[in-house]
Ligand binder design. Structure first.
Ligand code: CDV
Length: 312
């Protein structure tokens, strides 16, 4: 049995006025809880150091710069890495990355149990729009603030396990899991910031949005026979409500643990990585069952083209 005790470190809203030091104190408190619970790995959400700033439009470089991290760890985030290493806990956390040559990504990193970064993922499926949209009830400007990730879907070895990461909207795309499934992934760690309202459809309920979130990660887990840890930043953030409902999903696609609150809350489950074997060697034995000669359209074509040539 290859057991990893995983902590899904759900966070409540981070207000615009909160400083990095205040947020880091919250991460450190969650790490203390994780040490008490005997966690080997703790997963923090997407953009876990700041409010979800893509809900505001800005062209002001100084305003934009305050959300981004030029270094990871940097002076303010180093205590999180140090605390985790002291406790022997691997961590995964999401942040807005500014590269030395000026590129901006929505990024998630993972460390080993000694605090060394062993995995990095840059969000590929950026939702929303690139310009201010007056038709929406609120903005979702990820395409304005970030470039699509340029690292593909890396799978790496950590804690004697093949691991990968996704970020929020990526969880809705089966291609993202399958890219990692084809590298033998056994644990997918992902964080999300999902508004409980649809800015383009007022009739969509928060319950339906939670259902779509669960459905996506459960399907991704089952169809690739992998564990998935899906961690929210939820609750009210600067007046905007986001779904919480963080879950740990087993390789059968079943939810084995779910958070109860919309606040900072550590969800803990002991996950056996060998539980991924059966599915990978039977119904999802890709080598035996996949038919790649029929999948060409998936990489050749982006949008819908009907058989009569019409698009839409
Ligand atoms: N941060 C996100 O990627 N949020 C999207 C919203 C816009 C739907 C999500 O897929 O949850």
């Amino acid at each position: 049995m290859r057991q990893i005790v995983i902590g899904a470190a759900q966070m409540g809203g981070i207000q615009k006025a909160e400083t990095r030091a205040q947020v880091v104190a919250r991460l450190l408190a969650l790490l203390d809880d994780a040490a008490q619970a005997g966690c080997d790995l703790v997963v923090f959400p997407e953009l876990c150091l700041t409010t979800f700033f893509p809900r505001w439009y800005s062209e002001d470089p100084a305003e934009i710069e305050r959300w981004f991290e030029p270094d990871m760890p940097g002076p303010e985030t180093r205590p999180v890495f140090e605390s985790a290493a002291e406790k022997g806990i691997a961590i995964s956390l999401g942040y807005a990355e500014l590269t030395p040559d000026g590129h901006r990504f929505n990024t998630q990193i993972m460390t080993d149990q000694s605090g060394q970064i062993v995995g990095k993922y840059r969000k590929i499926h950026l939702p929303g729009h690139g310009a201010f949209d007056p038709e929406r009830s609120f903005q979702h400007l990820e395409k304005h603030y970030f470039e699509p990730g340029d690292l593909g879907f890396p799978v790496f070895r950590n804690l004697d396990t093949w691991m990968g990461m996704l970020i929020c909207n990526d969880r809705r795309w089966p291609e993202a899991y399958r890219e990692m499934g084809l590298q033998g992934v056994e644990l997918v760690c992902l964080g999300y910031n999902t508004p409980s309202a649809n800015s383009q459809n007022a009739s969509e309920s928060a319950d339906l949005r939670q259902f779509h979130s669960d459905l996506s990660v459960q399907a991704g887990a089952y169809q690739n026979s992998t564990w998935v840890v899906s961690v929210a930043k939820g609750g009210v953030e600067d007046g905007h409500h986001m779904i919480a409902g963080s879950v740990i999903v087993d390789p059968n696609g079943q939810i084995v643990a779910r958070t109860k609150t919309e606040a900072d809350e550590l969800l803990v489950h002991a996950c056996d990585m060998d539980a991924t074997r059966f599915g990978k060697e039977s119904v999802f034995d890709f080598k035996r069952h996949r038919r790649i000669e029929h999948y060409g359209r998936i990489t050749r074509q982006t949008g819908v083209i009907h058989p009569d040539g019409s698009e839409g």
